[in-house]
Design a protein around this ligand. Structure first.
Ligand SMILES: Cc1cc2nc3c(=O)[nH]c(=O)nc-3n(C[C@H](O)[C@H](O)[C@H](O)COP(=O)(O)O)c2cc1C
Length: 232
């Protein structure tokens, strides 16, 4: 990997003469891409690592950078990861305490797309499993926020970097029902390192994505004081 000076964007879009996306466009159109992942177009390791170097600019508690990034482009390993992913889907469907999670607003709308990704995830050129060590422990809200806050900003930056280079991903956590199985497959020390999710990495089929409806979130903006009326 080269140094920070190499972070200056010089992506395929610029090379092809198209104007680079503004920060606002990248932030408002980075979607979960499932059906529009290009399984056929190879993704170079250099490009993935370039996007990761951008992600590494994200914050971590006390600048600990206690993360690690396991990238898989080996077809046989991806095949096994797909099996674990689908196993996690089945565990989720059969979980005993279904009411312990919030209702999924968009499930009927996205179910087809979620299923498509599950069936095809092994065909994605690169699969990423980011992990974080237990620097802060897990018990208190402070510890949890500090642990997850020390990797998830970088993971999201990675998504934004992918988008700005014509690639896409989808945030997924479902395989974590089988986190240990994935750890054994990939040789990740378990439980010392915790997996943050599984992220497909591929070029997108077309680059036109739209801002999503987040109007519900407008009600969640409070100035100076919490308001129950505003929430209802
Ligand atoms: C914590 C988290 C877990 C998610 N897990 C999955 C998953 O396991 N599989 C999947 O296909 N999508 C998953 N998603 C994607 C969400 O369904 C998606 O972000 C949401 O529908 C909004 O769509 P958008 O990302 O395109 O705006 C997850 C997203 C988050 C933030």
């Amino acid at each position: 990997m080269s140094d920070v000076a190499d972070l200056t964007p010089s992506d395929d879009k610029e090379a092809s003469g198209a104007s680079p996306m503004s920060a606002e466009e990248v932030l408002s159109t980075t979607r979960s891409v499932r059906k529009r992942l290009d399984f056929e177009r190879p993704v170079s390791r250099d490009l993935v690592e370039k996007c990761l170097r951008l992600a590494f600019q994200g914050p971590s508690g006390a600048n600990s950078q206690g993360w690690a990034w396991v990238l898989v482009d080996d077809p046989a390993t991806k095949e096994k990861m797909g099996e674990i992913y689908r196993g996690g889907m089945s565990d989720h469907a059969n979980r005993p305490n279904k009411e312990d999670q919030p209702p999924h607003r968009d499930v009927p709308k996205i179910a087809d797309s979620v299923m498509y990704l599950a069936e095809n995830i092994q065909r994605v050129p690169v699969l990423l499993v980011p992990v974080i060590n237990h620097t802060y422990g897990r018990k208190t809200t402070f510890q949890q926020a500090s642990t997850w806050g020390s990797i998830l900003p970088a993971v999201w930056s990675f998504h934004l970097a992918l988008r700005s280079h014509g690639l896409g991903s989808a945030w997924t956590t479902i395989h974590l029902y089988r986190e240990q199985e994935m750890a054994e497959l990939l040789g990740i020390p378990h439980p010392e390192y915790t997996q943050a999710g599984l992220f497909p990495v591929a070029y997108t089929l077309g680059t036109n994505f739209s801002p999503a409806d987040r109007s519900l979130s407008d009600k969640r903006i409070f100035w100076n004081r919490w308001s129950e009326e505003q929430l209802s």
